[in-house]
Design a protein around this ligand. Sequence first.
Ligand code: B12
Ligand code: SF4
Ligand code: SF4
Length: 312
Amino acid sequence: MRVTTENIFSRLQEKGYKSRIVSVRHLGDLKEGIERPHKKGLLDIELFEDYLSGFDFSPPETLKEAISLLVVAIPEPQFQINFAWNEKVFPLMVPPVYLHGRKIIKSLKNRLEEILSRAGYRVVGAKLPVKFLAVRSGLAHYGRNNITYVQGMGSFHRLAAFFSDFPCDEDSWQEVQMLAACEDCSSCRLICPTDAITSERFLLHAERCITYFNEKPGDHPFPDWVDPSWHDCLVGCLRCQRVCPENKKLSQWIEKGPAFIHEETVSFLQKTPMDQLPSATVQKIEQFDLINFLDIFPRNLGVFLNEGKNSK
Ligand code: B12
Ligand code: SF4
Ligand code: SF4
């Protein structure tokens, strides 16, 4: 059975996803795009080691014959998780891309396999800088906040990339593009509490982004210079996305997450291990894919409970 690029795009579009395909010959450009700021000393060394050193800019062992790269944007909402504590309820936000990650990527991969395998092609997940790839493929534009924007999805989307042996007959590789709306706007820069977005350079000062600190393992305390009132999410930070006019239609797209009762909040603060939590709590954690957050709950929750403030 014959499969065309158009078939792939339209089958993904049925699920609300947008995609592009480029040739693997651009892998060198992708590598160069990430190494250039690193070589110029613009990327924090620890951040580079934590997040960027694991990128792999060659086709995987299991698909050495890969000739194309597929990049896909999947719309995702914000979630609200309620924590009851001392007769108060703290509604805390979780930005897009933090929940259900494995499930979403697995289902996307299954769909791609279903589309491509009938014609004898394969797909394998890629460990690549997906923002840079999405922009260079023409799928997205950079916002001044350094987050990508896809038409109809704003910045509320997850990006994923795959290698394939499907021939790339519509290589859409292009120069990086910034959103036209950013030309006359600085809202994200002005609202960022840590000055991670500056006017002197486009590249984010990622080592100042609150996300960097609240994603770190729970035994890393927040630096003293981070004012507790700057936190606005259980993990991550939504300030520079919520203020953005390009997200106006999406800013109220908030799905209901779990609600934890006082005793559950106390267990999280006391770092109770998963196997000692009541089954009802375990069920909620598994349902919303929060297992990786148990470690960071005490530090991140502490900020809101101690401040007595909530994030909504
Ligand atoms: C490392 C990382 C982080 C780090 C560093 C962020 C950063 N900006 O690099 C930290 C922990 C801070 C972080 C934070 C967040 N992250 Co993050 N992160 C990543 C990760 C793993 C790699 C990103 C990367 O490649 N950085 C390296 C830098 C060098 O690349 P770059 O930012 O694209 O830089 C290019 C541009 O600046 C461009 N450029 C330079 N000058 C100029 C000038 C102009 C005019 C233009 C147009 C471009 C341009 O060239 C640079 C490359 O040379 C990706 C996952 C992945 N596998 O790619 C997720 C990812 C980028 N993160 C994501 C998200 C959602 C976030 C947060 C929004 C989380 C939150 N708070 O809710 C924040 C956003 C912070 C922000 N304002 O950027 C999503 C982004 C989805 C989207 N819509 O963009 C990703 C893709 C994860 C995913 N699978 O969906 N993240
Ligand atoms: S807030 Fe303004 S400057 Fe920032 S990304 Fe959105 S449109 Fe661009
Ligand atoms: S996510 Fe928050 S801290 Fe990071 S750049 Fe945006 S506003 Fe600043």
